[in-house]
Design a protein around this ligand. Structure first.
Ligand SMILES: Cc1ncc(C[n+]2csc(CCOP(=O)(O)OP(=O)(O)O)c2C)c(N)n1
Ligand SMILES: [Mg+2]
Length: 366
């Protein structure tokens, strides 16, 4: 079966055509002046430089794991700016661009993947939940939170917060995400589901995961849905804002499938050369979200100086985080025993002692 192309207004060659968007998105596209687009570009660019450096840090033995976001920056930056600070966001584990814009210090993401902290940040402070690695589990948390907003609204009709939840194409096969959609539709929650379809669930291609475009599934739950080019920051912004406003104004849950590509490995533990078709990869690299916005900005008269200064800023930013990370040192082994229960527990105490004795049994310090 043939399906239409995802909605896009900024194509891979950097051509902008707002007429391709439906009328309800036009007011949001009109908000996108040059200053805002330069800000979007800066956030995408800085996240990518940080992300690449984080991959290097993993290879240099400074992190247990890294989860790259490379290639998915556009929809993330767009959604972050489309949301209001009091909207609550539930990320999966690859939403580094959103985390940064929400005020999370990316250093805290690295501390988490180094084992120095089990959470990383205070979700309430940023209205940005901690990362969830259990695929799809947080979709239920998001729907539960959004049901809570409805209860708050019964007491105070001026409450107009919304929830956004992010997960991947693979997560759409989990029971949790489907159950979350059922409850969201039934209880008409103020909530936007954002699926970043990056074409892969580790090595499983989306063509195996779903036999229809993912956004069509939502309609079976009675949830309005769209499919957009997630590498187009402009359409991503306009639709995210439209969907959030519909959700907060009583329209119930909304669903966005942002079609994008995972340019990096699934994580640093994965080797995509074992399963990725190099031609497909090359085609997607041509559709890079940063490249196309750069072409557009240059065509609008943004000068070289902006790009050069941004590159220097991004490198300095990443270097600063790197230095702080290396200064952290190794996490204490005791933390893995002492954080299991809220109070110290005889079983974990015995385990901690066993490990200490075991390590002491080596002649060489490890
Ligand atoms: C419940 C559960 N099952 C399996 C895994 C192992 N796992 C980690 S990531 C992943 C693939 C997820 O793919 P997708 O939802 O498309 O997100 P992406 O990693 O592409 O962003 C799997 C199967 C897990 N973390 N949790
Ligand atoms: Mg995926």
């Amino acid at each position: 079966m043939e399906y239409p192309e995802p909605l896009s207004v900024l194509d891979a060659q950097g051509n902008y055509d707002p007429n391709r968007a439906p009328a309800e998105l036009r007011p949001y596209l009109d908000e996108l002046g040059l200053d805002k687009l330069k800000q979007f570009f800066a956030d995408m660019y800085i996240t990518r430089v940080f992300d690449k450096d984080a991959s290097n840090l993993q290879r240099q033995g400074q992190l247990g794991l890294w989860i790259p976001s490379q290639g998915q920056e556009a929809v993330q930056v767009a959604a972050a700016y489309a949301s209001r600070p009091d909207d609550y966001i539930f990320p999966a584990y690859r939403e580094h661009a959103i985390a940064r814009i929400r005020g999370i210090d990316p250093f805290d993401i690295l501390r988490w993947l180094r084992g120095n902290t089990h959470g990383g940040w205070d979700p309430k402070k940023h209205n940005f939940h901690i990362y969830t690695v259990v695929i799809g589990a947080h979709a239920l948390h998001a729907t539960g939170y959004a049901m809570g907003i409805n209860l708050d609204r019964e007491k105070d009709p001026s409450v107009d917060k919304a929830v956004m939840v992010f997960y991947g194409d693979g997560a759409t096969s989990q029971g949790d995400t489907n159950e979350a959609m059922i409850f969201a539709a039934s209880y008409k929650t103020p909530q936007v589901f954002v699926v970043q379809n990056n074409q892969w669930a580790i090595s499983v291609p989306v063509t195996v995961q779903s036999k229809t475009p993912i956004y069509l599934r939502a309609q079976g739950f009675g949830i309005p849905s769209w499919q957009i080019d997630g590498n187009d920051v402009m359409v991503s912004y306009a639709l995210a804002k439209h969907a959030l406003n519909s959700a907060r104004n009583g329209g119930g849950p909304q669903f966005i499938e942002a079609v994008t590509y995972r340019q990096g490995a699934h994580t640093s533990s994965d080797d995509p050369t074992k399963y990725e078709d190099p031609e497909m990869r090359a085609e997607w690299l041509e559709k890079d979200p940063i490249k196309r916005l750069e072409i557009y900005l240059r065509a609008q008269g943004v000068e070289e100086e902006f790009f050069t200064a941004l590159d220097a800023e991004a490198k300095e930013y990443a270097a600063g985080i790197r230095a702080r990370l290396i200064a952290l040192g190794a996490p204490e082994t005791s933390t893995m025993f002492r954080n299991v229960y809220s109070e110290y527990h005889p079983v974990t105490e015995a385990q901690e002692k066993w490990l200490a004795d075991y390590e002491a049994s080596f002649e060489v310090e490890i």
